[in-house]
Design a protein around this ligand. Sequence first.
Ligand code: AMP
Ligand code: ZN
Ligand code: FE
Ligand code: FE
Length: 281
Amino acid sequence: MIDLHTHTTCSDGTDTPRELINKALSQGISVLAITDHDTTSGWSEARQALRGNLELVLGAEISCLTDDGISVHMLGLLFDENNAPMQLLLEQTRDGRIPRMRKMIELMQGEGIAISMEDVEAVKPAGATLGRPHLADALVKNGVISSRDEAFSELLHNESRFYVSHAAPTPADAIKAIRSAGGVAVIAHAFASHRGKILVSDDFQELCEAGLNGIEVDHRDHSPAERDMLRAIAIEKNLVITGSSDYHGMGKLNSLCENWTSPEQWLRLESESDQRRVVKV
Ligand code: AMP
Ligand code: ZN
Ligand code: FE
Ligand code: FE
């Protein structure tokens, strides 16, 4: 089983990289990618924790924003960790999340909701990329709401009056950065319409020209019709088709390998990186 999209405590997941590797081993997963939001900070622990036959794919999920303000997530896999422009892009995106969080908190305080930046910092693991799930956890801790899920459906979703976007590269710029760093780019949950505004089919041409390698088709946030549309685009544009869990530990209902990538599609995707960077023991 091949799962190419998961999160750890280095962003908004609840398993450490070591715990996630152990879970993947105990579940007999063959290929696991770790793709924390806008960071590679979990890579070294993941490398150290690797055992057995598991193959480890190191990556990141890059938050992007189109010129029209549409939020897009780009998975970068198998890129060179020491590529300076790539690390700068990730750092700038992480930095943009801090004023964004302050603005969301101010909007909530304006309506009398009991929440502060200190509350959010207190629930966030040290060094983790700051995100809305941490705000959700702080709201739960303060008794404002009962769970991460309810926080998102009531207060934190993309159409909410409290939602604020953050500075981020365009999807095309993220793809170019990933490819320049030797990696492969897969667009994540592109047609997850219930999350907010999404791309349309015509937008994929520009992404292909930037060097897009694949499309995440099988993902729990896609309906059967959305999967069909994405699969058709991938076939028409000769892109790799992936499926993945977007596992976040206890932070979301998603279980490891609930969606997966076929070995044929994975082999092709891996061959499109500039060097063999899959980690094995
Ligand atoms: P941000 O990166 O700060 O914009 O927050 C987006 C993150 O929130 C994504 O990683 C999603 O996986 C996560 N998220 C979205 N909806 C939910 C939900 N209902 N429960 C938990 N996490 C969610
Ligand atoms: Zn997340
Ligand atoms: Fe995502
Ligand atoms: Fe994700």
